[in-house]
Design a protein around this ligand. Structure first.
Ligand SMILES: [Zn+2]
Length: 257
């Protein structure tokens, strides 16, 4: 399996990062994509990728960080994104739930990152919270050429249809175990090729939420629920979601196609 969205550079992994990566491997997670969402995380993420051959990167400016990152960072971001292990731009998008940054800054950085992704031929990793309509409207206008993923997807079938129309995939993680009926219906009926797995570790631990920290190995808790909703075996979940992730992020993660 591929964990398409995690934050192993988070301080909460400082004491046991290597063990977390070991546990991921043992539970069948072969590759992960570390989301380096702020300037100071990028060097640490590059270090992580250097130390672990199965770690790939997305680089970007999270909407919550967009108020404090100057426009001059775009040139540096472009350089970071040209690194061979970088497979996506992001996470970017709009977050009107926390409002950590002015909406104008969020939108300016969102649009700049979609343009950068197009320039480099990379997909975009989208974060949105309480801003689905505004986020989809921008994506529908800009139509990122290499597509992308709606990370932490938590909406219903109508949003799936709009995501499908612009060639986007859906990041499915711990929220699937929280019992949200519209999400379950969306996941049950979405085209199979749209589904990719993610943890968003250390956030959003799947039920029973016993560890108070999520980690890539806990994808194993999501697989049975996804299999049940789709009528798939666990092996189907692995095979289909891995193929989808490789399709979205090009040949890596997982070596040449
Ligand atoms: Zn994230």
């Amino acid at each position: 399996m591929i964990d398409t969205h995690c934050h192993l550079c988070d301080r909460r992994f400082d004491k046991d990062r290597v063990h977390v990566l070991d546990r991921a491997r043992h539970s069948g997670v072969t590759h992960l994509i570390e989301i380096a969402y702020a300037p100071e995380i990028v060097p640490r993420a590059h270090d992580l990728a250097r130390e672990h051959a199965n770690v790939y990167l997305a680089v970007g400016v999270h909407p919550g960080e967009s108020g404090r990152v100057g426009d001059d960072y775009l040139a540096a971001l472009r350089d970071h994104a040209r690194h061979p292990r970088v497979v996506a731009i992001g996470e970017t998008g709009l977050d009107f739930y926390r409002d950590h940054a002015p909406r104008a800054d969020q939108e300016r950085w969102f649009r700049a990152q979609v343009r950068l992704a197009d320039e480099l031929g990379l997909p975009v990793v989208i974060h949105q919270r309480s801003a689905l309509e505004e986020t989809l409207a921008i994506l529908e206008t800009m139509r990122p050429a290499a597509g992308g993923v709606l990370h932490c997807f938590d909406d219903g079938p109508a949003a799936v249809e709009r995501a499908a129309a612009i060639g986007f995939k859906l990041g499915i993680g711990g929220v699937l175990t929280y019992g949200h009926a519209p999400l379950e219906e969306a996941v049950r009926t979405a085209p199979a090729e749209m589904l990719v797995l993610e943890t968003d570790a250390p956030y959003l631990e799947p039920e029973p939420r016993s560890l108070r920290r999520n980690e890539p190995g806990l994808l194993a808790r999501i697989v049975p629920r996804l299999a049940e909703l789709r009528g798939w075996t666990a092996a189907d979940v692995d095979r289909i979601t891995t193929a989808n992730a490789r399709d979205l992020f090009r040949a890596p993660p997982g070596g040449p196609a």
